[in-house]
Design a protein around this ligand. Structure first.
Ligand code: ZN
Length: 214
């Protein structure tokens, strides 16, 4: 637990590979009265199901909402375990996942083999369109940015002041850049810096590139 009702499920500090099953993204799990909120869903159906089980164990309730921060499959493909109605993303990300998301499957199956069995990316049906969302009495500030990819969603948990920055923030490691626009990314980091969030940001940590862009 890294904050009040907030857990970090840490990914491996390594590239996507068979020995880690692609579980390299950091996932945030946040308790609310309506059930826990996940920020990102991991790489596969199997991982998404494990998250669902963990969420139930930690909070006693099934997952109420899953926010996807960006298109990369180590963050998004685990949404296969959840009903599309509770999976949320910005309109830009929904359009990109609809167009390009299925194309990532071949590469993920090639890298991960059996880990990916049954995984089928779900297109989010909950559209993030306002500056904040309230789930079970807990307020989340929505920060649609870009730079690491064309559509990056950072989320501020107002209750703890914790910023969940997806792959916009890499700590002690080389950022992954297959879909990056570096000048836009710098502007987004300035925006995040200006938030004055209280708790440490949850982003990507480690020393090697983590995100599979293709
Ligand atoms: Zn990424």
């Amino acid at each position: 637990m890294v904050g009040d009702g907030l857990w970090l499920i840490r990914g491996a500090d390594a590239p996507i590979a068979r020995d880690n099953g692609g579980a390299i993204a950091n996932i945030a799990l946040i308790a609310t009265d309506a059930g826990p909120v996940l920020i990102d869903a991991g790489p596969s159906l199997r991982y998404g199901e494990a998250l669902q089980a963990l969420a139930k164990t930690l909070t006693g309730k099934p997952v109420a909402r899953v926010y996807l921060t960006h298109l990369h499959p180590d963050h998004s493909y685990g949404d296969a375990a959840f009903a599309p109605a509770i999976v949320a993303a910005t309109p830009g990300l929904i359009a990109t996942l609809t167009r390009d998301g299925p194309g990532f499957a071949d590469g993920m199956y090639r890298l991960l083999g059996d880990w990916m069995r049954g995984t089928e990316l779900r297109i989010p049906a909950h559209v993030v369109s306002s500056p904040q969302e309230v789930v079970g009495g807990r307020t989340f500030r929505m920060l649609p940015l870009s730079g690491h990819s064309a559509d990056d969603l950072a989320i501020l948990d107002e209750a703890t002041g914790t910023l969940v920055a997806g792959d916009l923030v890499f700590h002690d490691r080389a950022p992954s850049t297959p879909h990056a626009d570096l000048s836009t990314w710098r502007r987004s980091l300035d925006t995040l810096k200006g938030l004055g969030h209280r708790a440490p940001a949850i982003g990507s940590t480690g020393s090697t590139p983590r995100c599979a862009g293709r």
